[in-house]
Design a protein. Structure first.
Length: 74
C-alpha cells in the first residue's frame, strides 16, 4: 500500500509537462541510500545494495549484525 501511495504522490508531482524523466527517476529513488550513493559515484550504474549499510558488514562479527545486515548477507 505504501508503494501505491508513493507512486500516486510522484504522479501528482511529475505530471507537469516541464518535469523530465530524470527528475522523476531522482525523486522516486531519493529515499534509497544505495541508489543515491551509487548515483553519486557513477550515474546509471547497477545499484550496489551493500551501500545501504554504513558499516563494512562483511567485517562485522555475526553477533553484531542487525537483522537487515544478516538478511542481506544471506
Amino acid at each position: 500500500m505504501a508503494e501505491m501511495e508513493e507512486m500516486a504522490r510522484l504522479v501528482e508531482i511529475c505530471a507537469d509537462e516541464f518535469v523530465t524523466s530524470e527528475d522523476m527517476s531522482k525523486a522516486s529513488h531519493s529515499e534509497i541510500p544505495a541508489w543515491r550513493k551509487t548515483y553519486e559515484k557513477k550515474p546509471n550504474e547497477i545499484i550496489d545494495y551493500e551501500l545501504t549499510f554504513d558499516d563494512d558488514i562483511e567485517a562485522k562479527p555475526p553477533q553484531k549484525l542487525s537483522p537487515a545486515e544478516e538478511n542481506f548477507l544471506i
